[in-house]
Design a protein around this ligand. Structure first.
Ligand SMILES: N[C@@H](CCC(=O)N[C@@H](CS)C(=O)NCC(=O)O)C(=O)O
Length: 347
């Protein structure tokens, strides 16, 4: 076992593939941790305190400090415990692995939700999407990762293996719900063979949820969704006028408030940027969007970022706008507004 500085706790839920990937990473690294099983219908105070924004598992708590979002957690684990590296040294390769892991999470989660919670044409649509994403992934893997090796990562498991292969019991459950094969030797031979290699590992057998238990859990979710009057697809809105636009504006403001509050708690106040005296990654992400904020404010007919409601973000944007680099690089307001109005007209 590798020595751990500080106590390590993982708040998880047995059926969550996001938690399984983290558990396997910790086991591969040989670090000791306490697993805290959460009931997602009755989340613990600790979970809500550690992940107040998303209120989701997994949450890794290292020496009292929370790390949230499974992909962030996997990289944190890899950087903290050097045994069994999950990421390669080459920066471009790491960038590609991050791209595919992000693709997997962004594309498969909504399609999975559709297969579980929908029926008839809506479910058919989700199955079609799921298969298309699988094909894209298979094709990408074939082009970018060394063929003829047991894992994406080569001889041993890496981050992308954890992301994709840890979900394999869910694939089987989804196949039962969809009434069609999803991952198989004919349509996705690479993913299929990687999962086979993964399933031969003791760590997989010890960590993955059992098929019958997972199927019963998924059927429970399905029943609940189908009996509920709110259908999954009806929750998708955006780009719309009237009531839905009002809802989008309200959501935008709520998210800005959450960001403002988080920044206030986590970043040193009284400095010109989130990052301190000079702009850092988060400054680039937020402030580079500032001309869009003004355009969105015009479209919405209401101020979004201002001194009264979001003073920190407002003042950081002010500092950013004083930089020559911002002036030289940001799109001009009038041009951006014309572009946004054109998009709006098209919709
Ligand atoms: N992007 C998140 C997704 C985590 C997630 O969706 N967790 C689900 C369980 S699979 C959850 O905690 N859901 C509780 C809820 O939505 O209230 C991650 O990668 O950690």
């Amino acid at each position: 076992m590798e020595t751990v500085e500080g106590e390590l706790k993982l708040h998880g839920m047995w059926a969550s593939p996001f938690c399984t990937r983290v558990e396997i990473a910790l086991k591969l690294k040989g670090v000791q941790y306490e697993y805290i099983q959460e009931d997602l219908n009755k989340k613990s105070d600790a979970l809500l305190r550690y992940n107040p924004i998303h209120k989701k598992v997994p949450v890794l708590v290292h020496d009292g400090r929370p790390v949230v979002e499974s992909l962030v957690i996997l990289e944190y684990i890899d950087e903290t415990w050097k045994e069994h590296r999950l990421m390669p040294k080459d920066p471009h390769r790491r960038a590609r692995i991050r791209f595919w892991a992000d693709y997997f999470d962004k594309k498969f989660a909504p399609a999975t939700g559709g297969i579980i919670r929908q029926k008839d044409e809506e479910q058919e649509k989700a199955i079609k999407e799921f298969k298309e994403h699988l094909s894209t992934l298979e094709q990408g893997m074939k082009e970018e990762f060394p063929p003829g090796q047991p894992f994406f990562n080569g001889e041993t498991l890496g981050l992308l293996d954890l992301v994709v292969c840890s979900t394999c019991r869910w694939f089987t459950v989804l196949e039962e719900l969809a009434g069609t094969s999803l991952v198989n030797e004919e349509t996705t031979p690479l993913i299929f063979s990687w999962i086979q290699s993964f399933m031969e590992l003791q760590i997989a057998e010890d960590t993955l949820p059992q098929h019958e238990k997972l199927l019963a859990y998924a059927l429970g979710l399905r029943e609940k969704a189908l009996n509920s009057s709110v259908y999954y697809s009806q929750q998708r809105n955006y780009n719309a006028k009237g009531g839905r636009a009002k809802k989008a504006i309200k959501e935008f403001k709520e998210k800005l408030n959450t960001l403002e509050k988080g920044m206030e708690e986590e970043f040193p106040p009284g400095q010109p940027f989130f990052n301190g005296e000079t702009p850092g990654l988060l400054d680039l992400v937020v402030h580079s969007t500032c001309r869009w904020f003004t355009v969105l404010g015009e479209l919405a007919g209401t101020s979004l970022v201002n001194e009264d409601t979001t003073p920190l973000i407002f003042s950081w944007i002010q500092s950013f706008m004083e930089l020559q680099i911002a002036e030289d690089t940001l799109p001009q307001h009038e041009k951006l507004l014309a572009h946004a109005l054109h998009l709006r007209e098209k919709v």
